[in-house]
Ligand binder design. Structure first.
Ligand code: N2P
Length: 392
């Protein structure tokens, strides 16, 4: 389905018209732009999480000196987020309003992020792991409690993202966006009827070289388990051995494993079948109308990516104020409408294109078979070992 939401004039007035994705290649260019924007635009005051066009009232919770609550007293915020996961206006707008210098860097898998966080002290103030990694971050003492007093917009978060098993009450995490894992496919190349994990785990011979799988252990292993008719949460050695055998056997037919190139590859008609995340595939669809997204009939996964502050981060006050900004309905609408992922702030839905809010591929009905994978302790180790065997 092709969505046309970007043309909605009211939405454009309220949330603006992003023109490019902040992906692997463009983030450096954006960082340069931000450095320039930081010099201009600051008119004093503070950003207490109101929209871009409303100054905060005095007495608003969170109102105060912009750099309060930091360990290092400087007007800086260092953000580390997934590639292709924000529009191009949110960071420059916030930087201009807050007069902070924002350094925005990207990664493309939970493994990469966790490895970096485990390697030692970090200068990042905000990281955005997936919910299933939160127990690991907590066990390893890698994230710190959030400054709720600086986040009046916490009240905007939908209940289901507050009453969670990974962080009830959002002490350590703030939902950013959520989505599902499925298959992005080119209807002209792979046909209209793609509806099963078999399409990517047992691809037809004529798809050879045009299929990609996710370079992310959770999605790769859990979806292979589903394809094999096993529980997506299995940690049985025999099941994992089958997964390794299956994925290794399909490797010769793959273009590769990727989490950050398949948007462009689907758009360019180089990849015809990609295991992928919902919003990413819709971003490809925006550039190539032959691309569709399906949640396979056997079922799949749902994830929430959550903003956290690494333990000992230099600017936790600035991080909390930015998180608060992101929870504003207008800002959520700007981000969600661009990245085509689900928003955890329903108050923003009236500002989103109806084509998105009514699209069951973005907001799947409760009847869709979706599992939230949990990954802790021994299971994380076993899955990591299986993943390493697949890739080696
Ligand atoms: C953004 C991917 C985010 C979803 N490109 C993965 N959790």
């Amino acid at each position: 389905m092709v969505r046309a939401g970007r043309e909605d004039p009211e939405l454009n007035m309220l949330v603006g018209q992003p023109d490019r994705r902040v992906g692997r290649r463009s983030f450096l260019r954006t960082a340069g732009l931000l450095a320039a924007a930081g010099v201009a635009g600051y008119a004093g005051g503070t950003v207490a999480g109101l929209g871009d066009d409303q100054p905060p009232a005095r007495g608003t919770p969170g109102f105060g000196p912009l750099t309060s609550g930091n360990r290092v007293d400087e007007r800086v915020l260092n953000i580390y987020n997934w590639s292709d996961y924000i529009d191009e206006r949110t960071i420059p707008l916030y930087q201009a309003q807050s007069n902070l210098r924002i350094n925005y860097d990207v990664y493309s898998s939970n493994q990469d992020l966790l490895a970096k966080m485990r390697a030692g002290p970090t200068t990042y103030d905000i990281i955005v792991p997936s919910n299933n990694f939160v127990p690991t971050y907590l066990n390893l003492d890698l994230i710190e409690p959030l400054r709720h007093d600086l986040m009046p917009n916490l009240a905007n978060i939908d209940r289901e993202f507050v009453d969670t098993d990974y962080d009830p009450g959002n002490r350590f995490t703030i939902p950013y966006q959520w989505g599902t894992t499925g298959i992005g496919f080119n209807r002209q190349r792979a046909g209209e009827g793609v509806d099963s994990w078999a399409a990517v785990f047992e691809p037809a011979a004529d798809m050879g070289g045009h299929v990609t799988l996710l370079r992310e252990a959770t999605d790769l292993i859990a979806c292979a388990l589903i394809h094999l008719g096993k529980s997506p949460n299995s940690m049985e050695d025999a099941d994992l051995a089958e997964v390794v055998k299956l994925v290794r056997s399909v490797k010769p037919k793959l273009k590769g494993f990727t989490t950050d190139t398949y948007i462009d590859e689907l758009a360019a008609d180089e990849t015809w079948l990609a295991q992928g995340w919902s919003g990413d595939v819709f971003q490809a669809q925006d550039q190539n109308a032959n691309v569709s997204y399906v949640i396979p009939k056997e079922g799949s996964l749902r994830f929430v990516d959550v903003m956290c502050v690494p333990k000992g981060a230099p600017h936790p006050g600035n991080a909390a104020r930015f998180m608060n900004y992101v929870l504003h309905p207008r800002v959520q609408a700007r981000i969600s409408s661009y990245v085509s992922y689900g928003t955890p702030v329903s108050l923003s839905k009236p500002l989103l294109p109806p084509e998105q809010t009514t699209d069951p591929a973005i907001y799947p009905p409760a009847s869709t078979k979706l599992t939230i994978v949990t990954l802790t302790g021994q299971k994380l180790q076993k899955w990591q070992a299986a993943y390493d065997q697949i890739l080696k």
